[in-house]
Design a binder for this molecule. Structure first.
Ligand SMILES: Nc1nc2c(c(=O)[nH]1)N(C=O)[C@@H](CNc1ccc(C(=O)N[C@@H](CCC(=O)O)C(=O)O)cc1)CN2
Ligand SMILES: Nc1ncnc2c1ncn2[C@@H]1O[C@H](COP(=O)(O)OP(=O)(O)OP(=O)(O)O)[C@@H](O)[C@H]1O
Length: 202
């Protein structure tokens, strides 16, 4: 598929999908977020996992704050990303409380440089929880077009021991048809929604 078409295809899908997500009521979003957090916790409890890279939700994304707090209680290290706009890369910071965050790029709450230090480049978490606009059941993901997670995944691959990538969203964001994708797009290993966590078979 020519790149120009691929880009266009994604941008039309983004507009439609963010409208769809914004249309979900706050009450339902909260309920579904809570349920998804419980599924994540249950799964992590059954798998030995020391370090999780999570995200802090913005706009109407699935909110995984309860899961982050559960990790803190369980002494699972929580890494949160900071966007580097210059090259669309992300740095990872170990975070132990909400007070270590500050409003960052795109209005997303990010690790405050004065209250957290970046992990060394090449740090690989056991699991990465990946936000997105839409997902399919084969590991496809559509993000906001920054390419942040795709670049991050490429850097992780280079370390030789990639983490487990788990997409997180509402069931309403899971499309039956494959989401538009390009060759650089991150392939997810699993997906969590309010209905449960599924591992994607090859
Ligand atoms: N909670 C959360 N944190 C995250 C992500 C995410 O999806 N969710 N990211 C996942 O990558 C990164 C941030 N990526 C982003 C990329 C673009 C836009 C954005 O506002 N894009 C504009 C359109 C861009 C354009 O002008 O072309 C928009 O959507 O209006 C926001 C975040 C890192 N942190
Ligand atoms: N590994 C990579 N190296 C260089 N450029 C990349 C890489 N991955 C993606 N890009 C570029 O980044 C841009 C955005 O990619 P894409 O539309 O797939 O982002 P996305 O996955 O939706 O965004 P995000 O991860 O920020 O939510 C595209 O122009 C793409 O060519």
């Amino acid at each position: 598929m020519p790149m120009e078409y691929a880009g266009h295809d994604k941008s039309a899908s983004r507009t439609k999908l963010s409208g769809l997500r914004n249309g979900l009521s706050e009450a339902l979003r909260n309920e579904w977020s809570s349920l998804s957090c419980r599924h994540l916790a249950q799964w992590l409890d059954a798998h030995s996992c020391r370090t999780v890279m999570a995200y802090v939700s913005f706009r109407s994304e699935l909110n995984i704050n309860e899961f982050i707090e559960w990790c803190w209680k369980k002494n699972i290290e929580v890494l949160l990303p900071r966007c580097v706009k210059a090259d669309h890369s992300m740095t990872l910071h170990s975070i132990t409380g909400w007070e270590q965050l500050t409003a960052g790029s795109y209005g997303i709450m990010e690790p405050d440089l004065e209250r957290s230090s970046a992990k060394p480049v090449g740090t690989v978490p056991d699991v990465v929880i990946v936000p997105g606009l839409a997902f399919d059941r084969r590991g496809g993901r559509l993000g906001y077009g920054g390419g942040y997670y795709d670049r991050f995944a490429e850097a992780m691959l280079a370390t030789g021991t990639p983490p487990l990538w788990i997409g997180a969203g509402y069931e309403a964001q899971v499309l039956e048809a494959p989401v538009p994708s390009d060759s650089h797009d991150l392939q997810l290993d699993g997906l969590v929604t309010e209905r449960g966590l599924m591992i994607i078979g090859q």
